[in-house]
Design a protein around this ligand. Sequence first.
Ligand code: HAM
Length: 428
Amino acid sequence: MNIQIPRGTQDILPGEVEIWQHIEKTAKEVCERFNYQEIRTPIFESTELFLRGVGDTTDIVQKEMYTFNDRGQRSLTLRPEGTAGVVRSFVGNKMFGLPSQPVKLFYTGPMFRYERPQAGRMRQFVQFGVEALGSADPAIDAEVLSLVMSIYKQLGVKNLKLVINSLGDNESRNAHREALINHFKADIQDFCSDCQERLEKNPLRILDCKKDADHPLMQSAPSILQYLTDESRAYFEKVTYYLDQIGLDYVVDPTLVRGLDYYNHTAFELMSEGEGFGAITTLCGGGRYNGLVESLGGPSTAGIGFAFSIERLIMALKAQNEVPDLNQPLDCFIVTLGEKAKDKSVELLYTLRQNGLRADKDYLDRKMKAQFKAADRLNTKFTAILGDNELEQGFINIKNMETGSQEEVSLEEFCTYLSREIQGGREK
Ligand code: HAM
């Protein structure tokens, strides 16, 4: 019996992997331009980290974590997101003490959530994320937002809507929380059991409920923006001022609630409005989390970040036919005729590769015609043809596959000749 791939996971095969590499490379380049540095943290962490970090009333912690005991009976969890691990590392490595502040980091890697799989919702997915720790300047909020928008722009993703909201500080949130409880309390029995539970624990999450989305009380629910303290309002206004200044389009949506508990002040999501994109339209999410470092044992430190999955980004590119052709042609394929030529080709091939060329040869003892076919399939720029006769006379035939022209080149000059030709082609 064949063993099946686990539900909600995928293999990324050659042909598809190039688009992944392209996205990772582009995102990394943009981050470096914004002066963010890469961090790599473990794929599994202590379960406790996510209970405290992500929040024990969230769907992620309650329903979606891959949690297991290791052989030493420690409870570990495959990371469902990257922020908690980065903050744990920030605290553990005392990065708050580094001379260069704020600490601006980016990361990429697989995350795991036990969700119901569908297009754009996987159980293993790859996030690219950014965290800026150590500054409560609203200009950093604008920087982080402009960073993610730059990545999407550079990759050619269109029809994007940036939705932002402020969740305020603790005081704003507490006042809003009270207002929400009062608003829903009398009719809470009309809501799903999850919402009934959320009422006292985390009423903000009711606003994010899919099952009860059409309930009239949802529309009339008090908006957080009405409960912002003067300070929180001023902060949010400064963020939008900077966004306006740099000309970044956004929509303020006071109903935007994020699925993780650590947020305060600025929260945002990036949605796709493209046609044919599918049901899940959120491409990216993030926000400010000024209390998280402290709740994980560090000094009071401001933080903000975002993450998007590469799976959803590729969906957006595919929906608008923006996937570039990334197949790299081969520089040279060596075709041989005769035993001696075949033996010699091993050395020639090695030399080409040592000199930076993408080169290959036949390994299946194919007839000459089939070797040419293999070269064609690889879309090679040049084919080098070596027979026992040519070998004896010390030269090799090089065919330019684009023009069809053919030249005899001495074996000593073979590599230099090809390098020059390839270089010339690149510069054209
Ligand atoms: P999140 O909204 O839970 O936030 O996830 C961020 C992004 O990860 C989503 O917008 C989506 O692109 C992707 N994503 C989430 N779940 C799945 C899934 N099952 N399949 C495919 N893609 C998925 C966070 O994770 C926060 N850590 C973001 C953040 C960073 N906030 C501050 N810093």
